[in-house]
Design a protein around this ligand. Structure first.
Ligand SMILES: Cc1cc2nc3c(=O)[nH]c(=O)nc-3n(C[C@H](O)[C@H](O)[C@H](O)COP(=O)(O)OP(=O)(O)OC[C@H]3O[C@@H](n4cnc5c(N)ncnc54)[C@H](O)[C@@H]3O)c2cc1C
Length: 399
């Protein structure tokens, strides 16, 4: 009998377990793999506020001060400033292990090589059947939390719906690539990353992570891996990637679009399981941590009083509505400025971004965590964007 059982010991499950256990709630994490943080599918970008919450600076491989963003025809827009850290690149294995270790230090328990088989919600709790290292174990808890990632068992088992968008991400780890230290690169264009972008991220020790993500409907029947091959052999960029050596390749889903009702009686989902990743960058660690921070105090009171009916969880999760709204607005602006335009229109946007006064504005107001205010300022202040402003108004109104 535990008060809370969390399915999935990823960063978000680990973070929630830490906060619960630190407040005296008996918590068990159930993880299907033999090891935390493996296999990982991530570029490893963790923003400073998320890093501050866990204090795992020892997992940082590299700091990033800015981004060199390339248009389809090769116009380059530099966003950032040397010496001002915008984000960190971490070793995801060490980071996830650090988060889960904090949970265990706070008193949470962890079962590896374990996964749920069935769950039944009763008046007094949740009866859970778990396969633990090949054996069936019966468990009871007051609250079951699914922090079990993009293809969440919990979300599917309890029919909690689907995230609005399920992007596909692909990444290769490479060595032998040179680049501007502490700056990541982004590449756009229909042949490379239709609708979104590809990235090249320095990950310390003369290694880089090259990745691409896209919406399935934009990929025109090709795989993201094929787009990666197009990037490294593209006439404009192949010189950039000459001589590099691949160390690993991996692929994974990025769920962007918080599900409408991520809870039922005594059950809730968080993190990727709830579709929390950002539609502008695909980052899911920061939003998952924010989600935990937003609910923890009320959730602990509800667990202590055993008030965990759907109506109680609905009131605890009220803040998720504003997260969803924020995501919808960011997606609407992303569609307008990046996803819908063809290569020609994207090039013309880049030409405008590259003007000194616009660059100054981007560097002053740009916040990758909250892109909507900058998007709105650009639409308002840049005369060439004004024709987009009306469309943006409608999109934001109905987002
Ligand atoms: C290519 C790529 C690049 C990315 N880059 C970034 C980035 O740079 N920055 C960023 O913030 N985000 C990035 N993301 C997204 C990020 O990886 C996720 O948002 C983040 O890992 C979500 O954390 P989570 O704890 O919710 O889920 P996960 O990290 O997926 O953890 C879920 C855990 O649950 C376990 N699990 C799943 N099912 C079960 C089950 N049935 N039983 C038991 N255990 C189970 C899994 O093994 C896993 O340990 C990227 C994603 C991809 C695909």
């Amino acid at each position: 009998m535990y008060q809370v059982v969390i399915i999935g010991a990823g960063p978000v499950g680990g973070r929630l377990a830490t906060e619960l256990a630190a407040r005296g709630i008996s918590t068990l994490m159930i993880e299907e793999h033999a090891e935390i943080g493996r296999p990982f599918q991530c570029a490893g970008l963790v923003n400073p506020p998320a890093m501050e919450m866990v204090g795992l600076e020892n997992t940082i491989l590299q700091n990033v001060d800015g981004a060199l963003i390339h248009s389809p025809s090769g116009i380059m827009v530099p966003v950032g400033k040397d010496g001002r850290v915008r984000t960190h690149v971490v070793c995801r294995k060490k980071f996830d292990q650090g988060v889960v270790a904090q949970a265990m230090e706070a008193g949470a328990h962890l079962w590896l090589l374990s996964k749920p088989i069935s769950a039944e919600v009763t008046k007094s709790g949740v009866d859970l059947q778990v396969e633990r290292e090949g054996e069936i174990v019966n468990l009871q808890c007051q609250l079951l939390v699914g922090a079990d990632g993009a293809h969440s068992w919990t979300r599917r088992y309890f029919k909690l719906g689907r995230p609005k968008e399920m992007m596909i991400g692909f990444q290769a780890d490479v060595s032998g690539l040179k680049g501007k230290p502490n700056w990541l690169e982004m590449y756009t264009g229909r042949d490379i990353a239709p609708g979104l972008f590809a990235w090249v991220i320095p990950s310390g020790d003369n290694t880089h992570r090259i990745g691409i993500w896209g919406r399935p409907q934009d990929l025109e029947g090709r795989s993201v891996e094929q787009y990666y091959d197009s990037l490294i052999s593209h006439p404009l960029w192949k010189g950039r990637f000459e001589g590099m050596k691949e160390i690993a390749r991996y692929c994974g889903p990025v769920p962007c679009g918080t599900i409408r009702k991520p809870f039922k009686n005594r059950v809730m989902v968080i993190g990727d399981a709830a579709g929390m990743a950002k539609p502008t960058t695909g980052g899911g660690i920061g939003p998952g941590f924010r989600q935990v921070e937003a609910i923890i105090e009320k959730l602990v009171v509800a667990i202590e009083k055993d008030k965990l009916e759907e109506s109680n969880l609905s009131s605890i999760c009220k803040s998720f509505k504003s997260f969803r709204k924020e995501q919808d607005r960011a997606r609407a602006l992303r569609d307008l400025l990046v996803t819908i335009p063809d290569d020609e229109e994207l090039d013309s946007h880049f030409r405008m971004f590259n003007r000194p006064e616009i660059l100054e504005l981007i560097n002053k107001e740009g916040d990758i965590e909250h892109p909507v205010p900058l998007g709105m300022t650009l639409l308002r202040k840049v005369p060439e964007f004004r024709k987009l402003a009306v469309r943006a108004g409608f999109k934001l109104l109905f987002a």
